[in-house]
Ligand binder design. Structure first.
Ligand code: M6R
Length: 607
């Protein structure tokens, strides 16, 4: 998730506006920053790795000439944070400059094709292909707008782009597919941005660019067209009456709620992994004598769920371990034949890094799954995957958890393929289901949010909650408990439902809410038994069930129905969504700020 901005002014300098707008978009990424302007038919660029003000202190971003420009603040996905990988990217002639937010899935094929045709690439990014593709189309004689449109048709993946062309210095072309892009409209200026706060101080008139649309911005107005056939589109600007604070959170009252709603898009990014990284990781996991998954907090819950995925799909035992316990529990047993996948959203959690360092000294193979390229984990791991969720600001991990689950599921499936443990038809089915996960998440959020809010209203004063699940859903239960506990401070318990009778059931008395996570899976008979045990002790039964599960509904005091047909190994990423929302609304109803829970930090860098 990067931030892009473009402005076309009738008069005045674009650069200071770009600078200010990028500061307002810095929450979307801050690995590197860059700006390009056009003046006297020449493109001028300044860019470097680092935060905006750090780069500005050295480069003076404000002295670029001209009234038309584009800018970018980066959250690295392809290619580490560095000056060459910073946007804008240029074509071979230096006349075309682009900024991009999104992921181009087929960039390797396109890059090979363009290199064969003589194009010279300077960065490791997926984005640079866009500049060269446009250059190729321009060279074929097409007018510039058509050249951009044709180039876009070749891209697979997601994008929001803004393009400058030295030969047409009075305009910017921008376009989007999946990644967000909004236009800001003024009498004497037009802007495009990843998000409204970038231009809210300049204008409150805005047009949302829809998927598959391209816009031509000039200082006196804008034109919209469809990318597919170039047909004109008419859309009038809307008036935005958000306060600056609301705008930063895109109208949501808290980052946590915004990030819960961002899950479908984050999942889309998580299913766009480069094949060769998945393959490399699967090869390491296949060869290892022993595999550990090591993480803390929510990331540990993703590892726990993954241990079921690996054993069920790839028939490979992997040991999920809490990072702070890893050295004590397994340290002495580590050796060159051990492979460890460290999972950490931030890539900087002290407990996880300590385990990493220890394992490095024992010559084990270190792998990483993280959201932050350039973090310590990515620097130390032999191979890593970036989950590509964009920055998560709320202390409670939400979108990064569901994306971790999707990456781990793809890894387990890849390993299963490698080891010949699943049939082709099952692989095809699961790959298709993985692709459907963003839409499932979208549907669930839309369907359950009101009902969850009502339940939160009913239960927010309760002082004890239990979360139970069986099989892979025991990880979902733990995560639901952690969400509620960390932001609403409600004492809560979670454990595999089968464990209840070995002790925890003694805390249950009349009216204690017990939340069961019940996808339709092989544990159904047993989970029904566990529900009955709790009911018999007066617990209030709240079930998270598949849509239309009448049998379980009849056992519940309250229930939330999610979508039908989610495969068991993918179910945590869907069934956790109502639990995230429940935690959020309970915290808010208790007058707490879910974004800043007491005693906690987003990145726990102390042991
Ligand atoms: O950045 P990491 O994934 O390594 O962070 C691990 C935990 O600190 C983190 O998941 C924490 O538990 C969250 N606050 C949970 O919402």
């Amino acid at each position: 998730m990067c931030g892009i901005f473009g402005c076309v002014l009738r008069e005045g300098k674009a650069a200071p506006l770009l600078h200010e707008a990028l500061k307002r978009l810095e929450y979307r990424g801050y690995d590197s920053v860059g700006e390009a302007t056009v003046y006297n038919n020449k493109i001028y660029v300044k860019k470097d790795a680092g935060k905006i003000e750090e780069v500005h202190a050295i480069e003076n971003l404000d002295d670029l000439p001209g009234s038309v420009g584009i800018g970018h603040t980066r959250w690295a996905t392809h290619g580490g944070p560095s000056k060459v990988n910073a946007h804008p990217h240029l074509d071979c002639t230096g006349k075309i400059a682009i900024v991009h937010n999104g992921i181009i899935e087929n960039f390797m094929e396109l890059k090979d094709e363009l290199i064969d045709e003589g194009h010279v690439f300077v960065s490791k990014t997926d984005s640079e292909v866009i500049a060269h593709l446009i250059e190729k189309e321009v060279k074929s004689g097409l007018p510039f707008v058509e050249a951009v449109r044709n180039a876009l048709k070749r891209l697979e993946g997601s994008y929001a782009i803004a393009v400058l062309y030295a030969e047409q210095p009075d305009m910017i072309i921008c376009a989007r597919k999946e990644s967000p892009l909004v236009l800001g409209i003024k009498e004497d200026a037009c802007f495009c941005a990843s998000d409204i706060p970038a231009f809210l101080h300049l204008t409150r008139k805005s047009v949302v660019l829809e998927n598959g649309e391209i816009a031509i911005l000039r200082s006196d107005g804008y034109e919209l067209r469809r990318i597919s056939d170039g047909a004109e589109v008419h859309r009038e600007p809307e008036w935005i009456d958000w306060t600056p604070e609301m705008a930063e959170k895109q109208g949501y009252p808290h980052y946590m709620l915004k990030e819960i709603h961002e899950q479908p898009q984050a999942m889309r990014n998580a299913v766009r992994l480069q094949e060769q990284y998945l393959d490399l990781m699967a090869t390491f996991l296949d060869r290892a004598q022993e595999v550990f998954l090591v993480a803390a907090g929510t990331s540990y819950h993703a590892c726990l769920a993954a241990s079921y995925m690996f054993s069920k799909l790839a028939m490979r035992t992997v040991h999920p371990v809490i990072a702070s316990e890893f050295i004590e529990e397994y340290g002495k047993a580590l050796n060159i034949d051990t492979t460890i996948l460290f999972v950490s959203q931030s890539g900087e959690t002290a407990d996880t890094l300590e385990a990493l360092e220890y394992a490095r000294n024992r010559a084990s193979t270190l792998l990483g799954l993280t959201n932050v390229i350039g973090s310590t984990l990515t620097r130390v791991a032999r191979a890593y995957i970036c989950q590509q969720s964009g920055p998560e600001i709320g202390v409670a991990a939400t979108k990064t958890f569901t994306s971790q689950l999707l990456v781990l599921a793809q890894l387990a499936l890849r390993l299963a393929k490698k080891r010949g443990k699943v049939s082709q038809s099952e692989i095809d089915y699961l790959e298709e289901e993985i692709r459907k996960m963003p839409s499932y998440a979208e549907e669930v959020i839309a369907r359950v949010e009101d009902k969850v809010r009502e339940l939160a209203q009913k239960y927010y004063k309760k002082n004890l909650f239990l979360f139970l699940g069986r099989g892979i859903s025991s990880a979902t239960a733990l995560e639901g408990r952690l969400k509620l506990m960390e932001i609403s401070y409600k004492p809560s318990l979670a454990f595999p439902a089968g464990e209840s009778k070995h002790g925890p059931i003694s805390v249950v008395e009349e009216g204690v809410p017990v939340i069961f996570i019940c996808p339709r899976d092989e544990t159904r008979k047993e989970i029904k038994g566990n529900i009955m045990e709790m009911k018999a002790r007066g617990a209030t039964i709240i079930l998270i069930i598949e849509e239309g599960d009448e049998e379980l509904k009849s056992l519940a005091d309250d229930y939330i129905e999610v979508v039908k047909g989610v495969p068991e190994i993918l179910s945590p990423a869907i069934y956790v969504i109502p639990l995230q929302l429940f935690a959020y609304y309970v915290a808010v109803l208790n007058g707490l700020d879910p974004d800043k829970p007491r005693n906690l930090a987003k990145s726990v860098t102390v042991k």
